[in-house]
Design a protein around this ligand. Sequence first.
Ligand code: BES
Ligand code: MN
Ligand code: MN
Length: 466
Amino acid sequence: MSIANNYIKENKDRFIDELFELIKIPSISADSKYKNDMIRTAEFVKDSLIKAGCSHVEICETPGYPVVYGEHLLNEKFPTVLVYGHYDVQPPDPLNLWESPPFEPIIKKTEIHPEGAIFARGACDDKGQFYMHVKAFEYLVKHDLLTCNVKFMIEGEEEVGSPNLGWFVKRNHDKLKNDVILISDTGMISNQQPSITTGLRGLSYVEVEVIGPNRDLHSGLYGGAVANPINVLTKMIASLHDENNHITIPGFYDKVLEVSLEERAEMAKAPFSLEDYKKALNIEDVYGEKGYSTNERNSIRPTLDVNGIWGGYTGEGAKTVIPSKAFTKISMRLVPDQDPEEITMLFKNHFEKLAPKGTRVIVKPHHGGFPYVTPIDNIAYQAANEAYSETFGVEAIPQRSGGSIPIVYLFEKELKSKSILMGFGLDSDAIHSPNEHFGVFNYLKGIETIPLFYQKYAELYKSNLC
Ligand code: BES
Ligand code: MN
Ligand code: MN
């Protein structure tokens, strides 16, 4: 029985109610309409940290949305843990696919979450997950059990690529100084099998415009005689993968570090059912790069995906028209040692060359981020593994994830700190999708496991010093 168990049992309803209040504020960083809600959320986070017992909390302005910073420094001899999370969420669209309103959290049982899951935007990514840290911290402060100095840095722009976090981190090296960064913004294999995320993919995100004739044209009068930007764009997109689903951009793979066969064999030991995977997505088969397994395709291999495409007539009925322009948004997930700016340039040069005469192509770079891989032979990993082993009864498995948290690379570069990614979400929790949810089991298990991390990390830190 772990140390926090009784406290969690007694306070479970309050923990859920408080998270509900946080989730109810629509903190959508991508849409400037929600600016006031963003500020209200930052204040809510600040108040929560104060109420949890954090001795100094402030809202730090940035050129964008503010960072909520808190610190609770007890003893110079203690190691310092910096908790990172984000209070912003993805837009909830498409709204009509939600079974309950995205900012009115409710608990519903599911096959995977028989004890119930909280359905709402941000429930898992990342409000539910960073709030576990606030409650774990509250428990430790109340019982005078903290053996680490703790700092919190909860930002409001993660879902739009953390454009101002570099600015903030560069100016606050001293404030953010730490021995390890602790993040719950990823997932684990299942509620029976915890895992620790040891890698994140990088990202290069671009927007493309293909420009044809100076106006929309009658598709009978002009059809066949001028380039149709949508025809052209789709052909260009199709050419970006070859018959083996390799990406055709020259130089794209040049810096990819091939993972050794030994390491791949080790990774393949993680429990995974392809049948369940297909069933959960209602697809007959998976699809991807030749020569790699599903888990490899979405973690150790780079990808290129169209995220959206538009242009021409999409309203009701038929309108015969050759559009003047076509647009798309494309993301490329990157792996070590690919550099997002380099990849963006490779894409731009290649894509612009693909355009036939009679069209013009504009490639606009959006945000990017570096990939990250962390070693497992360090005391933070060991502490996390011991904490999971105690609360789940099985050891955690190291696993590289396909998602991106660009700040993790920046933390290492600027602060020289390693991050330990203790995620409690599941892939099936539908983050970024309609009906996002977070298991009540997962929420409470996080609150139970995190205090053990602090305890074990401090012990290992101390014994490492002598
Ligand atoms: N928390 C996610 C990233 C994530 C989720 C990593 C699950 C691993 C497992 C984060 O909020 C996110 O969505 N990141 C974005 C990148 C960002 C630049 C918009 C992503 O991965 O698309
Ligand atoms: Mn997140
Ligand atoms: Mn996200």
